[in-house]
Design a protein. Structure first.
Length: 179
């Protein structure tokens, strides 16, 4: 089985063939002009956070893949504390701008129930989306740094504040400046 960053990279490649629509606005991601070439995973690894107090870290992973006009770089790190887990991923995708526009339209959606919530958020001036499932105490936070880098934090077995603490350990402004 592929590691989580590679699975996510393959998912993003598959996503590039989807039709993204909002009202009369339609863009096919595979027809969109490519963005700038992706950066090497070696440039993104330093932006992965170190472990929060009481957490242990696994060795970070990184990958840069190119296939014609599609390029994707992913880096990721996993952490554990007892039965709780956290993972942090940073993705640079050459066709991301068209794909991200469609995803960000969904960030206007919000829902709260006894099962959890999904909502748009702003963290340190960066727009994002946060989900929380009460049943398994799973929080996912997604932000886009510099209109380019997709950052995903997933925490299981903890309150949502812990996911935001992981995100707070990432230098989003520095990441936004990477070329």
């Amino acid at each position: 089985m592929h590691s989580r960053p590679i699975r996510l990279a393959l998912t993003f490649l598959a996503t590039s063939t989807l039709l993204i629509s909002a009202d009369a606005f339609r863009v096919r991601a595979d027809d969109a002009p490519p963005g700038p070439p992706v950066v090497s995973f070696k440039l993104l690894l330093p932006f992965l956070p170190t472990a929060l107090p009481g957490w242990t870290a696994e060795k970070p992973e990184g990958n840069t893949m190119r296939m014609g006009p599609m390029e994707i770089t992913t880096v990721g790190a996993k952490f554990a504390k007892g039965t709780s887990t956290a993972s942090v991923e940073i993705i640079d995708y050459s066709l991301q701008r068209a794909v991200m526009k469609g995803m960000m339209l969904g960030w206007q959606f919000s829902n709260e129930s006894t099962d959890g919530y999904q909502k748009g958020v702003t963290i340190d001036g960066v727009s994002g989306y946060e989900t929380f499932s009460e049943a398994d105490k799973e929080t996912n936070v997604f932000v886009i740094a510099g209109d380019r880098f997709w950052v995903h934090v997933e925490v299981r077995g903890e309150k949502p504040e812990v996911a935001r603490a992981w995100l707070g350990k990432i230098d989003l402004k520095g990441l936004a400046g990477v070329n």
